[in-house]
Design a binder for this molecule. Sequence first.
Ligand SMILES: *Cc1c(COP(=O)(O)O)cnc(C)c1O
Length: 387
Amino acid sequence: MIDRALAGATLAIDLGAIAANWRQLRDRVAPAACAAVVKADAYGLGMERVAPALWRAGCERFVVATAEEGLALRRCLSEWAAAAADPAQSRGRPEISVLAGAPRGAEALFVAEELLPVLNGPSDIEAWTAAAGRLDRALPAAIHLDTGMSRLGLTPAETDALAGEPGRLAGIDLRFWMSHLACADDPENPLNGEQLAEFEAALARLPRAATSLANSSGIFLGCRWYGDIVRPGVALYGGHPHPGRLPAEPNPMAQVLHLEGRILQVREIDSGRSVGYGATHRADGRRRIATVAVGYADGLHRTLSNTGFGVLGGASVPIVGRVSMDLVTFDVTTVPEAVAQPGAGVTLLGGEASIDAVARAAGTIAYEILTSLGRRYHRVYLDGAPA
Ligand SMILES: *Cc1c(COP(=O)(O)O)cnc(C)c1O
């Protein structure tokens, strides 16, 4: 735990907002089930705090990327339930799907820890049915069909072959068929409809099981994309499901983050004076510059140099000069001197500086803003859970 007084910035993570976002999506997609994607340490926000908050909100299905993450999540949720004498234990154990599947040789670990592997190809199916044979019982799994990402999952030819030989699924307790959308963040893209049609055509020829297609943006394409289980990630953490539609369509999700960087010094510079590495900014008049103790090593993207902004005393203040490793400089000339003082906090994320607005300024996506949040912040978790 990093001390607030000793850190350059404070990152507040609102667990109540994450829970509220999950409930909003759950209500939207009902009667479909709403899982929660908590891979990459819950998109950088801390799986150990986020996952129990979601479980308490009623979430019973979690999705991670790797076996290691699955194991850590199982342990964290079990420890939390034991420590909290969880009254919800009667709900049973949460389902944990592992998108990368079970590495060869880790089958027994997956069974012991009740991790649900996503089988991504014929050899995954073979290895899992072989493990089931060794244990002489059906083993739960999900199967991923590739409908346009060309990344993971059975290719169309492999799906055809499986449809012709469904006996190859003997020994698998199939929990759901899944696929993943390539362009869900762009609602007009025809690939959204094409992938849905390809998924449905494949399902019609395969043994019946639950289905799962939509990520956060997929949910907002409409109910045809829901299937039986949706898999939101970024929307839980406050990302706009269709950021391209900002500002016309305001973000339906609650904001989760507030990042405030501390001003170390404020100085006046004369017209023509340079700011930062490479002298990429020169003052066009007498200016006041505030130096804040956050840099690209903390996840403040260097591409925000001369384009990003913060909020100080209710005013938007531009980043001037390059973002350095540990420091960033703002032009605070428009902010009253009494406000722009050493020790004051500049909001780097939160309010007007939403993760989508900052991502746009940085030339990236909200996902990368989240997953690159640094390790040097004083972190506070706000728990707005209703009593
Ligand atoms: C990361 C991921 C998700 C969640 O996506 P968001 O866009 O963050 O909602 C869902 N499904 C799969 C397969 C993923 O890899």
